[in-house]
Ligand binder design. Structure first.
Ligand code: ZN
Length: 266
């Protein structure tokens, strides 16, 4: 489940997406202004022009950006995809079917490249192809990755660099796994063994001796992937479950957001 969408289930664009979140009613990239959400739709339009979104054997989904004629540019919807992590927005992929939009999965932007592809008029142009990873794969992978450096200020520097690794700034700051790990390592080190929600000591140590705390992404409804460390908090499993499953989860999340100003100076 991501934002109430179940994988494999078909939804009605007007009722289930625009009815709940607003956003552009036309086109394949929806960026509702009042929600930390970027919705992208894959379909068969590209095929008619000779190209199509595709799943790579390594699990990366390659998604063609928007722009019907001429070179694609890193603006509007395309820019929203590239900076969704820095913006704290979730990236949800739907597939166009006969009966509606099928929810595929939540993804994380890893990189993009340019590729020659025909535009609507049949002229070759540079298309922006986004390389996206399922967020669950990122979470699973970084769970196995060991902490990098014990030095808090070094970890902090890396975490902020990871969060700001949007194409406008730099394209070569490591894989999305490394960037996620950098954010996690810093946030957990910052907590110094205590939950940043309830201040209780971490309930146990990991096998590598690091106190067990979970990075929670305050601005999103789902955790995982790189994000601005000013909006990621290290929580004990109890506090973390409370945010996601508690009757006062939204309220508690709001409280955590307020407390971030004293946890992270900015
Ligand atoms: Zn706690």
């Amino acid at each position: 489940m991501s934002w109430g969408f179940e994988r494999g289930r078909v939804y009605n664009r007007r009722a289930d997406i625009h009815g709940r979140f607003g956003g552009q009613q036309q086109g394949g990239i929806i960026t509702p202004s009042k929600h930390k959400l970027v919705i992208i739709i894959t379909g068969e339009e590209g095929l008619a022009h000779g190209y199509a979104d595709r799943l790579r054997p390594d699990g990366v989904f390659e998604y063609f950006g928007e722009g019907q004629v001429g070179h694609m540019t890193m603006q509007r919807g395309n820019a929203a995809i590239a900076s969704h992590s820095a913006d704290g927005a979730s990236l949800l992929l739907f597939r166009k079917t006969r009966s509606g939009l099928r929810f595929e999965d939540e993804y994380v932007y890893e990189a993009h490249h340019l590729e020659p592809a025909p535009d609507r008029l049949g002229n070759m142009r540079d298309a922006i192809v986004f390389e996206l990873r399922p967020v669950a794969a990122v979470v699973e992978k970084i769970e196995e990755m060991t902490p990098t450096s014990p030095d808090l200020s070094e970890l902090r520097k890396r975490a902020f660099a990871a969060a700001n690794a949007t194409p406008a700034k730099s394209m070569s700051t490591g894989s999305v796994f490394e960037r996620s790990r950098d954010v996690r390592d810093y946030v957990v080190a910052r907590a110094k063994g205590h939950c940043e929600g309830c201040s209780q000591p971490a309930p146990f140590l990991r096998a590598n001796g690091v106190p067990y705390l979970e990075p929670h992404h305050i601005r999103r409804l789902t955790d995982g992937g790189p994000d601005d460390p000013r909006f990621v908090i290290a929580l004990c499993p109890n506090c973390h479950r409370r945010v996601h499953s508690g009757s006062d989860g939204a309220e508690y999340n709001g409280k955590l957001l307020l407390s971030m100003s004293s946890i992270e100076d900015y």
